[in-house]
Design a protein around this ligand. Structure first.
Ligand SMILES: O=c1ccn([C@@H]2O[C@H](COP(=O)(O)OP(=O)(O)O[C@H]3O[C@H](CO)[C@@H](O)[C@H](O)[C@H]3O)[C@@H](O)[C@H]2O)c(=O)[nH]1
Ligand SMILES: O=C(O)[C@H](O)COP(=O)(O)O
Length: 332
């Protein structure tokens, strides 16, 4: 991170960027292994991949983590793919590559699963046991295991840290064309403006929506989980409130390649993220929202023979309570 941050960056954020941003190379694997051994039970690591129809990519990611961080060096203790209701061969591909595969419906069966990514991340806390839980998206390509070792590293070496997010370059790649920094459209158009305006302490995060982050279970189990794509913004904002900025950090792990969703899918994601933010602004009295003013429906348009056809999508605000309050989790 630059020594002289831009004018306008909060002094607290500039200080955080100097002290809480690293690169994966800052902590070599032998240092991490020594720290893990010294930490004992507090150094156990579960890696969780949430996956919905990720047959083309999930196997390669699982295999890379398994080969490099389970077999070559014993850094990861548990490697779990939580199937979010896939219709393709995701589960078979993940299992063949060496992951334990758990279907979301098999975790906490008394509670029917909500759709969405946040729901499977929340349920994964019941299906894993590591003191450090590391989430990794299952649609990544050209996957580098440093995405995992890089972000669990600071948690192993520094007991004061509680949540570490990956940061990376995000090219936009479609039909063979590459726009070098064109990825992360919802990040740039929705998440970063929201965070800068309402939670400026979090403006130091380069990739606030990134799906690759590691945290202590003791933090995750105390946080509510939005069930959909609001989960990253929700966890970050709530972790700031619960643990403070100094317990959060980020690590540069290189370049992230992934499957891009189309503009309308990202519009629905953006609406969910915006609603997740509104809930938190309301909850913390930063902005008192009149509930009647928030109409939780998004209208999008498709060209048809008869002209532009509207279609509305619900923008749910469903959240799961902190896992520590769930009886099955307490009794496990
Ligand atoms: O209902 C779902 C939807 C997605 N996923 C999985 O979640 C991961 C990320 O989903 P994806 O659709 O690839 O998200 P992106 O379009 O890449 O969205 C970005 O922004 C989201 C909102 O913050 C984050 O959740 C993502 O991790 C982040 O990559 C993938 O492994 C999916 O298979 C599920 O398990 N269940
Ligand atoms: O994180 C984001 O902003 C969304 O996942 C969109 O990413 P993309 O523009 O790289 O597809």
């Amino acid at each position: 991170m630059p020594e002289q941050p831009e004018p306008g960056v909060l002094p607290e954020v500039a200080d955080w960027l100097r002290r809480r941003s690293w690169t994966a190379a800052d902590r070599p694997l032998d240092l991490l292994l020594a720290a893990k051994r010294a930490a004992g039970a507090a150094g156990t690591v579960s890696v969780v991949l949430p996956a919905l129809d990720e047959e083309p990519t999930v196997g390669e990611i699982v295999a890379a983590i398994r080969t490099e961080l389970v077999e070559r060096v014993p850094l990861v203790d548990e490697l779990v793919v939580v199937d979010s209701g896939s219709q393709d061969g995701t589960a078979a591909a993940a299992a063949a590559a060496g992951a334990r595969v758990v279907h979301r419906d098999a975790i906490l069966p008394r509670l029917p699963a909500e759709p969405g990514k946040g729901e499977v991340l929340w349920r994964s806390l019941l299906a894993t046991s590591g003191a450090i839980v590391c989430f990794v998206d299952a649609d990544l390509r050209e996957f580098d295991p440093a995405f995992v070792s890089g972000i669990i590293g600071p948690l192993l070496t520094d007991p004061a840290l509680q949540l570490v997010k990956a940061m990376y370059d995000r090219p936009f790649e479609a039909d063979g064309a590459v726009v070098p920094a064109g990825g992360g459209r919802v990040t740039e158009l929705v998440a970063r403006p929201l965070l800068s305006l309402h939670w400026p302490q979090l403006a130091g995060f380069v990739q606030p929506l990134g799906g690759e982050y590691a945290a202590r279970r003791s933090l995750l189990e105390r946080l509510p989980f939005p069930t959909g794509y609001g989960v990253e913004l929700g966890l970050l904002v709530d972790a700031l409130e619960l643990a403070g900025l100094d317990a959060l950090a980020q690590v540069d792990v290189g370049v992230r390649h992934h499957r891009h969703q189309d503009g309308q899918a990202l519009g629905r994601m953006a609406a969910t993220i915006y609603r997740t933010a509104l809930e938190r602004l309301d909850r913390t009295h930063r902005l008192k929202a009149d509930p009647d003013l928030v109409r939780p429906l998004l209208t999008q348009y498709t060209r048809t023979a008869a002209g532009f056809a509207p279609r509305t999508h619900p923008v749910p605000a469903t959240e799961r309570p902190p896992m520590a309050t769930v009886p099955e989790y307490r009794d496990r």
